[in-house]
Write a protein that binds this ligand. Structure first.
Ligand code: SF4
Ligand code: MG
Length: 304
């Protein structure tokens, strides 16, 4: 299978001088053609920054992001525009990410205009076609975002991302603002579109239950580092890292991850150790690295 996206030892930091804060600390992952890769972690772990870095909205501090073997930092002019067409993003907050003054038709038309589709009739055809595929009746094309439900707005966001026929769609918490019943509809829609169009997704969420539904492989991020990765079945059946187990319990409604008041992650040793019920001496001294425990299942914990 061809690798579409390859992220290697990615470092991203925000702020300057003493305020500088590392957000991603050596993240590596790949997305193959036709594959859906899930990234999970709690808010603030760096997963949205990962998404932004891929689409050029956050600055790469170190390491690399390659698309079809080309480092995205070397792209410019037409090749950068082509990358912008091939890699699209669906955002969490559809209300904030849609222009309130634009109708659905105008929102879907903008990318076509930006990417040089001059023919009005052809634009209309493509807009009606995409609206149909994402389940928006034609009557809605003249509405504005505030006249739509949350689920309908998210369909517009997905339509806007897909209208240029991308290969990779970065979905950052695309269903977390929606009611559970609407979540299922949108996840089904994303799955159908993936099958019909051979898309790849990088699907970001705080909810392992949601990611499990759609992802082939899953990466778990804690405090800017990948702490476990496996295919979705292995991760669901046999989560190894204590943090992954916590996320699993949370998605089953058995517990909530202990966050409020928890101390910031330490910079040396295991970053999870202040919240880990199994922490022992070595955890403060040595940073655990990802180790393969078989079948591509890798975990970064001294207990294996
Ligand atoms: Fe817990 Fe230590 Fe494993 Fe970190 S390395 S998850 S602190 S047992
Ligand atoms: Mg986020």
């Amino acid at each position: 299978m061809n690798t579409l996206l390859e992220i290697e030892d990615l470092h991203v930091a925000y702020g300057l001088g003493s305020k500088r804060r590392s957000v991603l600390d050596g993240v590596s992952l790949t997305v193959d053609e036709g594959e859906t890769v899930g990234v999970i972690g709690e808010s603030g772990c760096g997963k949205s920054t990962l998404a932004k870095t891929i689409v050029g909205l956050a600055k790469i501090g170190g390491g690399s992001v390659c698309y079809r073997g080309t480092d995205v930092r070397t792209l410019s002019g037409p090749s950068l525009k082509e990358y912008g067409r091939r890699v699209q993003m669906v955002f969490q907050n559809s209300l904030a990410s849609l222009n309130p003054r634009k109708t659905v038709f105008q929102t879907l038309e903008t990318p076509l205009i930006v990417h040089g589709e001059r023919d009005r009739r052809s634009r209309r055809r493509r807009i009606e076609d995409i609206a149909d595929r994402v389940g928006l009746p034609n009557a809605m094309l003249q509405r504005r975002p505030h006249e739509l439900s949350g689920g309908q707005r998210q369909r517009v966001g997905i339509g806007r991302a897909l209208i240029l026929n991308p290969q990779l769609v970065i979905c950052d918490e695309p269903v977390s603002a929606l009611d559970v019943s609407i979540q299922a509809q949108i996840l089904n829609l994303l799955s159908d579109l993936r099958r019909e169009q051979g898309l790849s997704y990088l699907f970001i969420s705080h909810d392992l239950g949601v990611v499990r539904f759609i992802a082939d492989r899953i990466f778990v991020i804690f405090a800017g580092r990948i702490i476990e990765t496996a295919d979705y079945q292995d991760l669901w059946r046999d989560p190894r890292h204590p943090y992954t187990r916590l996320l699993l319990a949370a998605s089953l409604g058995e517990s909530t991850p202990d966050r409020p008041g928890s101390p910031p992650p330490p910079s040396t040793g295991c970053r999870f150790r202040h919240r880990c019920p199994f922490a022992f001496g070595l955890c403060a001294e040595e940073t655990p690295v990802l180790r393969d425990i078989g079948g591509g299942h890798r975990t970064a914990c001294h207990l294996g």
